[in-house]
Design a protein around this ligand. Structure first.
Ligand code: PLP
Length: 226
């Protein structure tokens, strides 16, 4: 099946309240434009360099979709990424949030949307904040005080496990933190987005309350690297 057919089939299958973010790493601008022409609304990048060049190559088409940073963001790349993204999904500390906040205006924007990344599997190899509610609330309250950031929710990867069913507990834990945080109604936040689930696991993630899935392989086919 073509990229366009894959996207349309997934959009039919996935409930309307769940946003599909295309995970575009290693894909060409032609591949991503095919998905946008088929109706894709959101595109995610892991690497700042890829986000920048794809933004340039897509030209007018780029402004038809929302752009997300879904990879770990190094401090020295913040200035470059801000002009080309609407949401940064990988904030995991107050220090990181402050570093972004300070640079938003210079990038010609008033605000950028933020998700706090939760390392729900507690893996040393992954970034993200541990799945400890109090620590997450503390970072959330910190982000909420920063004038150029708008906290919109949480993101998690979870461990890579062969059986997506085994990822359910990690998604459930993240959803629990999300709900508790939302109930706090922290001023200046808009906590509505729970970004979890990839090609193998999106069904389980949606069952567990995810409102945003990040899909690469299932739309574009296997990657040759990364
Ligand atoms: C690559 C990637 C995805 C999508 O992975 P697939 O298995 O190809 O769907 C989702 N989220 C992040 C952060 C990624 O890096």
């Amino acid at each position: 099946m073509s990229i366009a057919e894959n996207y349309r089939r997934l959009r039919e299958e996935i409930p309307d309240h769940v946003t599909i973010v295309l995970a575009a790493k290693t894909r060409t601008a032609a591949e991503v434009s095919e998905a946008i022409e088929a109706g894709a609304t959101d595109v995610g990048h892991n690497y700042v360099q890829e986000a920048e060049s794809m933004h340039d190559e897509l030209g007018n088409l780029a402004s038809r979709v929302r752009w997300h940073m879904i990879g770990h963001l190094q401090k020295n790349k913040i200035n470059k990424v801000l002009p080309v993204v609407d949401t940064i999904q990988t904030v995991d500390s107050i220090v990181a949030a402050e570093a972004i906040d300070k640079r938003v205006e210079a990038a010609g924007k008033s605000t950028v949307d933020i998700l706090i990344e939760i390392n729900s599997g507690g893996e040393v190899s992954k970034s993200g904040l541990g799945a400890d509610y109090d620590a997450v609330e503390q970072v959330a309250r910190g982000v909420a005080t920063l004038p150029h950031l708008r906290l919109c929710g949480l993101m998690t990867m979870g461990p890579f496990l062969d059986d997506p069913e085994d990822m359910r507990p990690y998604f459930r834990t993240t959803k629990g933190i999300f709900e508790r945080l939302r109930e706090k109604m922290i001023p200046r936040t808009n906590i509505q987005t729970l970004s979890m689930g990839m090609s193998d696991s999106y069904r389980v993630a949606i069952e567990e309350g995810g409102t945003m899935v990040r899909l690469g392989t299932i739309v574009f086919g296997p990657r040759s690297y990364a």
